[in-house]
Every structure is written in structure tokens, then in C-alpha cells.
Write a protein that binds this ligand. Structure first.
Ligand code: PDD
Length: 290
């Protein structure tokens, strides 16, 4: 696989950053993960908008890469060099506050952000999707700006590991009795005929897939409300599903070792699984013209 690091394209194994990078020392940076299909970046504008707003929140000056044409150019070259212009892939970008002697406050003006990008082959978890998957609940131990996609992911790492150790694909986080989101996904429930998900605020990442799924659900005439589920609601859900760039729409049929609803992927989720896949395929169907 190829990587882009501070203006250079090189094999990923050869890419290296100085130990004083603030991403390494402080987790002082933001990242994005795009879905790529047939060499095309899915929902590029939304990912770039979130990257720009994250950089603005952290007061990191945006490098040239944070522009549609620049990012597409870099992604296309990485995909081509890595043999990923057909089929499924992901594109990762990370921008940190740069390299400077370790002190908590910002480094001197003029310190250049570190810009790293790479691509990976991707295989959607379609078997799990057909069967339905399991989740566990964990306390949401994160800071109060979960809307910023920072590389400080330790609570998410611990949560996902807890899920893995219990044979589940994802940990659903609960803060003060409110279901926020998964370690790397947004969470939706179906209860009394209504699709519900946490509203966008500082307690969740405003997921790109979440936004697309909300649009699709509304276009299908499904009843949707951006109103968080409570921990108590979880025990009486008809359906539960996760959404995310590397998850698409994933039915969850077991939660904390108990069946959800009928214990199999439900009708609303199944409709959204199909409609989302059709949308993704259509959005990335035409070969990209450079
Ligand atoms: N994670 N919530 C969190 C905490 C996330 O990290 C992610 C994405 C999502 C879903 O957002 P989107 O639909 O824009 O991918 C929700 C990426 C995939 C990751 O960390 O690998």
C-alpha cells in the first residue's frame, strides 16, 4: 500500500514521522475515513466539511489538501499505486498540529501541520449483515467534544476491545442513561414504528453515513426522529442497527446477550440495508474522470 506524507508519495512501510509529532505525543490531530468504491470517494464533500470544521475547532491551519480537487488527486494516485481502482477500499487522512518540542500549549506560529494519507483494501461484512450481529453496552467515558473527529480514540479503543472480548462486533456507549453512539459507528433503533437516533450535538460524531441513512429513510417515507434512545428503551426495541463508513447499515440482533426484537434482522433495517447499498453503488457507479 502507498501513503502520502507531507507532500511525498511513498510505500507505506517507508513512511515515518518524527517522535515529536504532536499527534504521537498528545493525540493532537484529526482524521477522516472515506469509503471508496471503484476509485470514487463516497460523500467526499461531507467528509471534507467535517475535516475542515474539526481543524477549525482545534485551530490547526488547514493544509492545501483540505480542498475537493486536492484530496481527490491524492486519493486517486494512492489508489492507482496500490492497485485499488476497482472494487472496495477506504481512504484515510490524518492531520496533526505538527512537530515541535513537547509542551502542551500550541507550538510557534509557522509550525507546519503533519499531513498523512493512505488507502486500504476493504471487504464489507456482508455475512454478518445477513445474519445480524451482536453488540454490548458500555459507559461512555469520552470527553465532551465527541463531535470533533480527533485521533484521541482511547475510550473508543477500550470500548471496542470490551466488545471483542465478549464476542460482539461493537460497543454501544451510554452516557447518563442516554445511548450516544458506537465506538466507530452511529446507533439507530426502531421503537413503536419510529426510527430514532441521537441528535447531532457534542455527544456524538455527526456521521456521514448517519446523514445519508436519515435522508434515505425520509425519502422512503419512514418515520424518523432525531431523539436519543435511553438505556431503558434498549430493552424493548423492535430493531437496532449501526451505521458507519466501514459498517454500512448493520442489523444488531443481540444486545448484551439478549435478543433484540424478534432476534433477527427486522423489516425496517432490511429495507435500509438494501436502499443504502443501492445508493452507495449508484453514487460510485460511473468511472471517475480525473
Ligand atoms: N469511524 N461515531 C464514531 C465515534 C466514529 O468514529 C465513526 C466513524 C462514526 C461513523 O461516522 P461515518 O459514517 O462518518 O463513518 C460514528 C471511522 C470509520 C473510524 O474511526 O474508522
Amino acid at each position: 500500500m502507498f501513503a502520502f506524507l507531507n507532500g511525498q508519495f511513498l510505500p507505506r512501510a517507508a513512511a515515518a514521522i518524527p517522535v515529536e509529532d504532536r499527534g504521537f505525543l498528545f493525540g493532537d490531530g484529526v482524521y477522516e475515513v472515506w469509503r471508496v468504491l471503484n476509485g470514487r470517494l463516497f460523500e467526499n464533500e461531507r467528509h471534507l466539511a467535517r475535516l475542515s470544521s474539526g481543524l477549525a475547532e482545534l485551530r490547526i491551519s488547514p493544509p492545501d489538501l483540505v480542498q475537493p480537487n486536492a484530496v481527490i488527486g491524492i486519493a486517486e494516485r494512492l489508489l492507482a499505486e496500490s492497485g485499488l481502482t476497482e472494487g472496495e477500499a477506504t481512504f484515510y487522512v490524518e492531520i496533526t498540529r505538527g512537530v515541535a518540542p513537547r509542551t502542551h500549549q500550541f507550538p510557534p506560529a509557522g509550525t507546519l501541520p503533519t499531513v498523512y494519507a493512505t488507502v486500504n483494501r476493504f471487504t464489507p461484512a456482508d455475512d454478518a449483515r445477513a445474519r445480524g450481529s451482536s453488540c454490548v453496552t458500555v459507559p461512555d467515558l469520552r470527553w465532551l467534544r465527541c463531535d470533533v473527529k480527533t485521533v484521541q480514540l482511547l475510550p473508543n479503543v477500550m470500548a471496542r476491545q470490551a466488545a471483542a472480548e465478549r464476542g460482539a462486533i461493537e460497543a454501544i456507549m451510554v452516557r447518563d442513561g442516554i445511548v450516544t453512539e458506537g465506538s466507530h459507528t452511529n446507533v439507530f433503533g426502531v421503537l413503536d414504528g419510529l426510527i430514532r437516533t441521537h441528535p447531532t450535538n457534542q455527544f456524538i460524531l455527526p456521521g456521514v453515513t448517519r446523514a445519508v441513512v436519515l435522508e434515505i429513510a425520509r425519502s422512503l417515507g419512514l418515520q424518523v426522529r432525531e431523539d436519543a434512545l435511553t438505556a431503558q428503551d434498549l430493552g424493548r426495541l423492535d430493531e437496532l442497527f449501526l451505521v458507519g463508513t466501514t459498517t454500512d447499515v448493520m442489523p444488531i440482533t443481540r444486545l448484551d446477550d439478549q435478543p433484540v426484537g424478534a432476534g433477527e434482522p427486522g423489516p425496517v433495517t432490511t429495507r435500509l440495508v438494501r436502499a443504502f447499498r443501492e445508493y452507495l453503488d449508484a453514487a460510485c457507479a460511473a468511472a471517475h474522470v480525473a
